[in-house]
Design a binder for this molecule. Structure first.
Ligand SMILES: CC(=O)N[C@H]1[C@@H](OP(=O)(O)OP(=O)(O)OC[C@H]2O[C@@H](n3ccc(=O)[nH]c3=O)[C@H](O)[C@@H]2O)O[C@H](CO)[C@@H](O)[C@@H]1O
Length: 365
């Protein structure tokens, strides 16, 4: 049983793990437990997997009446999760973050079922911090996360999504499917799995200049933000070398064909670009716990694998300046790509499977 939800950063690692597990152990049966509202409602069924949902919500950091509702929903979810577990009878339960995995993994641990959590970030999320006291094994993707957990449970695996995209590195995807060309260098832009308003407005500002470049741009606004971007673009001409879409669902096919990525510095995106060696301009989200995306981005900048623009310095002009600097210099991009690849962990899914087997073995002792 696998549970992780809310945002793509928690869901794609889970799906990548499942895909690999089914390759090495084809008889494996998988049930995915998500929330009623998260992105998993779209992504998980699209991957051909069975999804059951629980109704959960996050705790507010300040004291609020809403927290009583959250507590009630959590206890109800634990109760419902126990029933799902009794019916499905998993050999092991994996949690990849998000509130829903809190309820599912807590329920599984209380029922003495082998449990593993995967933490994608350098700064540990609130759900995984809570769960770390109950689960058997903890897999991490950044060394910095180790000391934030009970150390005897921790194994470095990397992020399984890295293995999935690395396995697809020889992708034969053609940009003509998007109305673009296979002969031009390609810059891809997205603001995390849900889009980011400041990145979107900066791209809108830069589009009249992008139209004139000899490189091409594929830009995902985020599903929810597409209509607002379309409005902002009402009086802007969009050139043949620019494609604006709400979301890119087939990232493992497209990412190997990208010459420069402009994105947030979410943990899963970073795992992907370092697995493939994709040069990047990272614009960390300032709205995340302990400013962890800046730390994620700095690790790449320090190794010469990426450039960084801080959100308060981002506008159409600064974006264009950095984009031009890198898109016009293939040698520099190649160097960044090589530096990036050195940081990748292309066997992360196999390592995580090993940890899950370890959790099962621990229980058989
Ligand atoms: C606002 C927030 O809390 N963000 C967190 C969230 O990020 P969030 O989920 O936004 O970002 P991540 O970089 O971790 O993951 C994004 C994923 O979505 C994919 N993608 C994106 C756009 C698109 O059009 N198509 C597509 O497939 C990317 O390839 C990647 O696999 O979880 C991450 C991992 O815990 C954290 O580091 C982030 O801080």
């Amino acid at each position: 049983m696998v549970s992780g939800g809310g945002t793509g950063g928690h869901i794609y690692p889970a799906l990548a793990l499942i895909e690999r597990l089914k390759q090495v152990e084809p008889d494996t049966e998988v049930l995915y437990v998500g929330t009623t509202r998260g992105l998993e409602n779209k992504i998980v069924p699209a991957a051909g997997l069975k999804l059951v949902t629980l109704h959960t919500q996050g705790f507010k950091r300040s004291l609020s009446l809403d927290n009583f509702k959250t507590m009630y929903l959590f206890l109800k979810s634990v109760h419902d999760a126990k029933k799902i577990i009794r019916d499905f009878k998993p050999d092991v339960v994996l949690g990849t973050g998000g509130y829903v995995s809190g309820a599912v993994l807590y329920a599984a641990a209380r029922m003495k079922i082998p449990t593993v959590i995967h933490e994608q970030n350098s700064v540990v999320g609130i759900t995984n911090k809570f769960l770390s006291h109950f689960v058997d094994e903890i897999a991490i993707a950044f060394e910095a996360a180790r000391s934030q957990f009970p150390e005897e449970k921790v194994t470095m695996t990397g992020n399984p999504r890295a293995q999935q995209v690395a396995a697809n590195a020889q992708s034969t995807y053609s940009w003509t499917k998007d109305g673009l060309s296979d002969d031009k260098p390609t810059m891809m832009i997205f603001g995390g799995s849900q889009g980011a308003p400041k990145i979107n407005s900066s791209v809108v500002e830069a589009i009249p200049e992008f139209n004139k470049r000899d490189y091409q741009v594929i830009f995902a606004t985020g599903q929810k933000r597409y209509d607002s971007v379309k409005k902002q673009l009402a009086n802007v001409k969009i050139g043949d070398n620019v494609k604006v879409v709400p979301y890119i669902p087939d990232m493992p096919a497209k990412m190997p064909k990208v010459d420069l990525l402009v994105s947030r510095a979410g943990a899963t995106t970073i795992a992907e670009i370092t697995a493939l060696g994709v040069p990047a301009i990272l614009i960390p989200s300032p709205y995340v716990t302990a400013n962890h995306q800046v730390k994620n981005a700095q690790a790449l900048v320090k190794n010469g694998a990426a450039a960084m623009i801080l959100e308060d310095q981002l506008d159409g002009r600064s974006l264009l300046l950095q984009a031009d600097r890198l898109m016009k210099n293939k040698e520099l991009r190649d160097q960044m790509a090589a530096n990036s690849k050195k940081m990748g962990r292309p066997d992360a899914a196999d390592r995580l499977i090993k940890v899950m087997k370890q959790a099962i073995a621990d229980h058989q002792k």
